[in-house]
Write a protein that binds this ligand. Structure first.
Ligand SMILES: NC(=O)c1ccc[n+]([C@@H]2O[C@H](COP(=O)([O-])OP(=O)(O)OC[C@H]3O[C@@H](n4cnc5c(N)ncnc54)[C@H](O)[C@@H]3O)[C@@H](O)[C@H]2O)c1
Length: 348
């Protein structure tokens, strides 16, 4: 039997006894190395047609691939299940649409704004490339432990396994005041949502992912290790540098990065990766609101970003997809700065 593989899928199969009028469909169940550099696979072969040829040939076969496949992953491979929190708007919404586009099987979209989550689920269906894509909305308030635990339990019941969790729920600065005039209520609000909220999500999803089966990151390359899941939280360039009058936001985003790093360390032994994506200005409703509240901010963004423009939410989503995918199988605990060069002069 000769078998051709292309990107992990069986492209064609020939075996002399199969007549032309019979259509053969082969599904690779698993592949491995045989120790001599050959790829060996278990193949589920189904032959459409009638009569004794079909019954003689349909079955499970051990196959040797004609060509040895390289151990390079060639796509993002995010074809599992995702839970996206804060998915009703801005960066979270872009992440949901990206997961749909890159082939995720299912997403749960959670937000304090349920109507927005419902709408994003609807939008995602038009972007989906997985043939059985499923998108379900759910309400959550990340500042409430019971609400977060209800969400993760719901997503686990619905999906069976959560491969990717993205937490993009967060609040931006409402005012720009130097520390002596800072508003304690706003400070408490930002810490409650951005830090305590991120902590409650991290705690709940880590407890669930720990119980999931470990799976190979890449069946063609066992050296890339196993995974029980990937967690991404959105930090900020403000996780690394301060801005005038933005003490409340800076403090909260340093907290998010610290939370991600310590969680990455605690979770590494289980094969759960945790990363923090740190953008500067991104064109979302949060920034539009900040630009409205803070005179001169719009001009400042364009003039201070070395690349000369604000980021799109889709650019941030692409980084989130990379951190969720096996392409980043050796990356954990990173604070991944994507800021058009904004902080180049303020960190090493
Ligand atoms: N937009 C930027 O320029 C920028 C830059 C760096 C970092 N970030 C960070 O990215 C994240 C997303 O920001 P965005 O710009 O997409 O904001 P956004 O306001 O456009 O979207 C945030 C989403 O989170 C939801 N949310 C807010 N509070 C919540 C809560 N308690 N529980 C559940 N959901 C809640 C909102 O309803 C909204 O859908 C935030 O953590 C933000 O700090 C944004």
């Amino acid at each position: 039997m000769e078998v051709w593989f292309q990107d992990g899928n069986v492209e064609a199969i020939r075996r002399p006894p199969i007549p032309d009028e019979f259509v053969a469909m082969a599904i690779p169940i698993s592949t491995d190395e045989d120790g001599r550099g050959n790829q060996v696979g278990i193949l589920l072969l189904s032959i459409e047609g009638t009569g004794s040829v079909r019954s003689a040939l349909t079955g499970t076969y051990t196959i040797y691939l004609k060509t040895s496949r390289s151990s390079f992953i060639t796509t993002m491979n995010v074809n599992g299940n995702g839970l996206i929190i804060g998915g009703g708007g801005g960066i979270g919404r872009a992440c949901v649409l990206a997961f749909a586009r890159y082939g995720a099987a299912a997403v749960v979209v959670a937000d304090v704004n349920l109507d927005a989550a419902v709408q994003v689920c609807e939008d995602s269906r038009t972007h989906a490339t997985h043939p059985h894509f499923k998108a379900e909305p759910h309400a959550v308030d990340v500042t409430s432990r019971s609400s977060v635990d209800d969400l993760t339990a719901y997503a686990t019941r619905l999906l069976g396994r959560i491969d990717y969790c993205v937490n993009a729920a967060g609040l931006g600065a409402e005012t720009q005041r130097e520390v002596a005039d800072a508003d304690p209520d706003e400070f408490a609000r930002l810490l409650q949502t951005n830090v305590t909220g991120a902590f409650l999500v991290m705690k709940s999803i880590s407890a669930i992912m720990k119980t999931q089966d470990a799976r190979l990151n890449d069946t063609n390359s066992p050296a890339r290790g196993t995974t029980r899941g990937s967690i991404v939280v959105i930090g900020s360039a403000s996780s690394f540098s301060s801005g005038p009058g933005l003490m409340q936001y800076t403090t909260s985003k340093f907290g998010v990065l610290g939370l991600a790093k310590n969680s990455a360390l605690d979770n590494a032994q289980y094969g759960i990766r945790v990363n923090c994506i740190c953008p500067s200005w991104v064109n979302t409703p949060m920034v539009k609101q900040a630009v409205d509240n803070m005179p001169g901010l719009g001009e400042k963004i364009n003039s201070t970003v070395p690349l000369g423009r604000i980021a799109t939410p889709e650019e941030v989503a692409d980084a989130v997809i990379f951190m969720s995918s096996p392409l980043s199988s050796y990356v954990t605990g990173s604070g991944f700065i994507m800021d058009g060069g904004t902080t180049l002069t303020s960190h090493t």
